[in-house]
Design a protein around this ligand. Structure first.
Ligand code: CO
Length: 215
């Protein structure tokens, strides 16, 4: 069977099953969405948001790109954040990095002249983080450890990039409750681990930043 036919068949079975369990399910969802969370994660096929968080359609607004980067000139990402924060009023933004990220690995190992021009250009954002933490990363024995450490450092960096964005700062200034969490997903265990938390500031002194665990 062709993959498309298989997917259509599985979708039909799923829709029928959901409707049988909860006859109003699709009607409710078709009327409005009220997601509590914006998820910014990697495009990696193994990090499926609703599956790993056991959430339902309608709960999580999603943006994914290679290596879960928050780049201040990315209008695609910025429009997602703006809509999620200003219109949907999400209370939580999760920035999710993951172990064994192919994007991070490529940033560490791929030469500049690599034929994947767009991927290479995009991943330069990670190389900048690598340069900042090079000593800490280079002493690690295995490539796997180096990739995972850089992924975590990047996840924290992206969470802070997010906190500094105009959209988030504006939301905090008007008193909107909104917390940013940086997390790392382990492909080996299927678990999420917090690595950063940035809450709305109690005063005008700027966001309260808590460091995460180093594990
Ligand atoms: Co990845």
């Amino acid at each position: 069977m062709r993959i498309i036919d298989q997917l259509l068949l599985q979708n039909k079975a799923w829709a029928e099953e959901r409707a049988a369990l909860d006859p109003d399910f699709f009607l409710r969802l078709s009327q409005t969405q009220r997601p509590h969370t914006l998820w910014i994660g990697c495009s990696d096929s193994r990090v499926s948001v609703n599956v790993i968080t056991e959430t339902e359609p309608g709960e999580i607004f999603v943006h994914r790109n290679i290596a879960n980067l928050v780049v201040s000139t990315d209008f695609n990402l910025l429009s997602v954040i703006e809509y999620a924060v200003d219109v949907l009023k999400v209370e939580l933004i999760i920035l999710c990095g993951h172990e064994s990220c192919g994007g991070v690995q490529a940033a560490l190992t791929m030469p500049d002249s690599h034929e994947l021009i767009f991927v290479g250009t995009w991943l330069r954002n990670i190389r900048d983080i690598y340069r900042l933490h090079r000593q800490e990363i280079d002493i690690l024995d295995s490539e796997e450890d180096r990739v995972n450490r850089l992924s975590e450092l990047s996840a924290r960096e992206q969470a802070h990039n997010l906190a500094q964005s105009f959209i988030i700062q504006r939301a905090w200034q008007r008193g909107q409750p909104l917390t940013i969490h940086g997390v790392m997903y382990s492909l080996k265990t299927g678990t999420l681990r917090p690595v950063a938390e940035i809450a709305s500031p109690p005063s005008a002194l700027g966001p309260a930043i808590k460091g995460g665990s180093k594990q």
